[in-house]
Design a protein around this ligand. Structure first.
Ligand code: IPE
Ligand code: IPE
Ligand code: MG
Length: 257
């Protein structure tokens, strides 16, 4: 049976986040410049978005450029920004066809104006689409996001709009750039690195983590389906015992019958 057919459609993660890593190593391995790896990586983005849409996932977040990535060589940054503009431009028809809504998290103001414009246009054009929400993390880092949230809360306290005692995790989450988006249930990282690299630190508190040695340009729909299947075979306990979880599941089943 094909991998896709093995996936339980009733147990899909609502939100999957991906750290797309390994473009540079992929290129080096083939004897190319790093930028070639980024170019090839666009194909993997396309495949992953299609796979997520095919399954009917609600949210897919892709880590495309981190705050720390600004420290890379100027040529590589420029190439990545150009690639972003081209990719979005080329994919507009496909986003519309597949009912995909594009949105972003991160410090968009830090991007070149051309990239900002292309993104704004794409976000506006796709804003009424009701299928998959594709979230591109651009010039994003979790530390940046959390600090911004703190500043906003501090300001509200300063002007008397908010009392310190009113701050709790629910309120805090509303100040993050992911407001309104459920936390990722599954986080995938490619390229065999076992780290988070400043991605969605608040939101992944209870995410299932999936690491694969595959370099991002080699990542296929099948790899994505494999990660989903792996996720479906795990027991998420949220601090409870296995027995409690079984009981909760049984009660849920009874109610839906
Ligand atoms: C991921 O691939 C893409 C970005 C971070 C923009 P890398 O460029 O980090 O590739 P490696 O990790 O050096 O192989
Ligand atoms: C994480 O990859 C950022 C993105 C995928 C955009 P990096 O390649 O920047 O992370 P490190 O440097 O290996 O931690
Ligand atoms: Mg990397």
């Amino acid at each position: 049976m094909e991998l896709k057919e093995q996936i339980n459609r009733d147990k899909l993660p609502c939100h999957v986040a991906v750290i797309m890593d390994g473009n540079g190593r992929w290129a080096r391995k083939q004897g190319f410049a790093r930028v070639k790896g980024h170019e090839k990586g666009v194909g993997a983005v396309k495949a992953t978005v299609e796979a997520a849409a095919e399954l009917g996932l609600n949210y897919l977040t892709l880590y495309a450029f981190s705050t720390e990535n600004w420290k890379r060589p100027k040529y590589e940054i420029e190439s990545l920004m150009k690639l972003l503009v081209h990719a979005i431009h080329n994919e507009m028809a496909s986003l519309m066809e597949n009912n995909i809504r594009l949105t972003t998290i991160g410090d968009l103001n830090a991007l070149p104006s051309k990239s900002q414009k292309e993104l704004q246009r794409a976000m506006e054009t796709t804003s009424s689409n009701t299928g998959l929400t594709l979230i591109l993390a651009l010039s994003y880092s979790a530390h940046w996001e959390i600090v911004e949230a703190c500043k906003e809360l501090a300001e509200e306290v300063r002007i008397g709009k908010l009392a310190t005692e009113e701050i709790d995790s629910t309120l805090f989450a509303t100040k993050l750039s992911t407001v309104g988006i459920p936390d990722p249930e599954l986080l995938i990282r490619t390229s065999g690195e076992y780290r988070i690299s400043n991605f969605l630190l608040w939101q992944i508190a209870y995410s299932e983590l999936y690491f694969t040695p595959t370099l991002w340009p080699d990542f296929t729909k099948e790899d994505f389906f494999m990660a989903i299947l792996d996720f479906q075979n795990r027991e998420r306990r949220f601090g409870l015992t296995s027995e409690q979880i079984t009981l909760v599941e049984a009660t849920k089943k009874k109610r839906t019958k």
